[in-house]
Design a protein around this ligand. Sequence first.
Ligand SMILES: C[S@@+](CC[C@H](N)C(=O)[O-])C[C@H]1O[C@@H](n2cnc3c(N)ncnc32)[C@H](O)[C@@H]1O
Length: 232
Amino acid sequence: MEELELAENQMQQCCVKVDDSLKLDAHYWSIQYDNKTTAWDLGMASPALVHFVNSIEDKSLKILIPGCGNAHEADYLLSKGFENITLIDIAPTLVAQLKLKYAENNNINIVLGDFFELEGSFDVIIEQTFFCAISPLLRSVYAQKMYALLSESGVLAGLLFNRTFEFDGPPFGGNIQEYQSIFENAGLEVIEMAPTNMSVLPRLHSEAFFKVKKSNKPIPENTTVTNACSIK
Ligand SMILES: C[S@@+](CC[C@H](N)C(=O)[O-])C[C@H]1O[C@@H](n2cnc3c(N)ncnc32)[C@H](O)[C@@H]1O
């Protein structure tokens, strides 16, 4: 009975339609890079992230960019003198290219792998079209993994789509209220989450900038389930 109630709660939290047959694995993402179907790639760091990076003074902070893609934010971080940047992506062909590109750069550590299996501790984690690329079924796990990866004073910041999409993603959309509760349920305190105008033109009025950190409050008791929408 308790399990049934829990399942119903979880279903209610999951407001995005998901096609279960779509397997968003390494193969899927590699094909997108091979076929150059990478419309998400801005070709530069997003203005909101440039603004955020400009606000960080300590260049020695340990920075993570999950689902980094072509890692334009990493180029910007390097241009600003940051020294400790980790990139992780699940797509082998992309990661092979990144390893070539940054072969001579000791400030960049590149990991081919699944974000959900990454270990470590980071002072800053940058979100850029990674959250919207994973299945919404995994959003709570994403938030819990971020909690585990953040150092005690660490910050996760970036952009989230504050809109829905007509098709059955990726990208998967959502809204600020939904995101706020996902992060809070994972023990993260939302420092900032608001619509931003610092977007590239095609994404104008559709993004929210957010910043979260580990909360001092205990994690709410009803969040023991790791996958908010795992009921098929
Ligand atoms: C929509 S793309 C965004 C890429 C990049 N952040 C950008 O904005 O150009 C999503 C990226 O996440 C990667 N990805 C998807 N699932 C992943 C996972 N579980 N672990 C690591 N990377 C993943 C994909 O290979 C892809 O490069």
